[in-house]
Design a protein around this ligand. Sequence first.
Ligand SMILES: NC(=O)c1ccc[n+]([C@@H]2O[C@H](COP(=O)([O-])OP(=O)(O)OC[C@H]3O[C@@H](n4cnc5c(N)ncnc54)[C@H](OP(=O)(O)O)[C@@H]3O)[C@@H](O)[C@H]2O)c1
Length: 270
Amino acid sequence: MLAKFLAAFLTLVYRIRQEAFNVWCFLCLYSLGAVYMIVEFNRKWELFWRVVHLDVHKDLPSNLNGFVCVLTGGSRGIGLHVTKTLLEKGCHVIVASSVKTGEAIERVKKRILSKVDQNNGKLEVWHLDLSSMDSSKLAQIMFTYSLHELVKASKQSEYLTVNCLHPGVAQTELYEHVWWVNWFPTLPKHLFRSAEEGAETVLYTALSEKMESIGGKYLEDCEIKHSSAYSYNDSKRTLLWRKTIEMLSPWLPESTYVPLFTDTQHFTNE
Ligand SMILES: NC(=O)c1ccc[n+]([C@@H]2O[C@H](COP(=O)([O-])OP(=O)(O)OC[C@H]3O[C@@H](n4cnc5c(N)ncnc54)[C@H](OP(=O)(O)O)[C@@H]3O)[C@@H](O)[C@H]2O)c1
């Protein structure tokens, strides 16, 4: 009898804790959303602080002939506008898409090219399924910092830079399953930036002269910013790095399967 009572009590406590955690996550998510609504509002009206906008002609090289760019997510939304700009500037763009069949790939290609004003480059669409990489933004930021340390340690940072960025809240298909967007479909047009504006920081980070040889940074609105304090946590980053290398080890050549960060060798991010 006592055991049954105890089990029921513990289940109840567990459920309450679980629900409390869910409510906490919900509150955090919507608070973050509210913060970014202020950011987007300010971007439109510049009432509180100055916002840097990308000038595609001034900030980016005019000719990208000879450049090859592999772009995940380049078929829709923000990525589509990155693809468009790169093709117009003469880049050879390889868009990695989840579509599989030749027919679907041709459709994606056609859709992309229909948005390009003047294609001076070359477009290829390759199949690559990244479905297991969702819900991973913090990990991607932390991994970027660690990868930058690896590049720096191997003295390659002059030729290879790794950075990460937040594109802002942009109106794309990403939000088509969000309940309030479904209820008020015209609201995002007023609250969010366009997908084209979402592409600005991506293009700036990859191509601006000002970002040459700069790696291991996080950007928002074409400016280097600080990411969350957690993302700089050395021990968590080391753990993430080790776990990632461990998971990738079947595909990595042995020479790269060297744990970069030992317990005594921590890296810093100024
Ligand atoms: N929009 C925003 O406000 C916002 C804010 C912060 C961060 N982001 C991030 O920015 C990125 C682009 O967002 P978006 O708003 O442009 O999204 P979107 O319009 O929904 O486009 C998603 C892109 O990802 C590709 N994709 C989807 N599933 C895939 C899979 N399993 N494997 C490979 N590719 C896949 C799609 O290409 P296919 O359909 O051809 O596979 C498409 O090009 C995402 O990582 C998103 O989390 C967006």
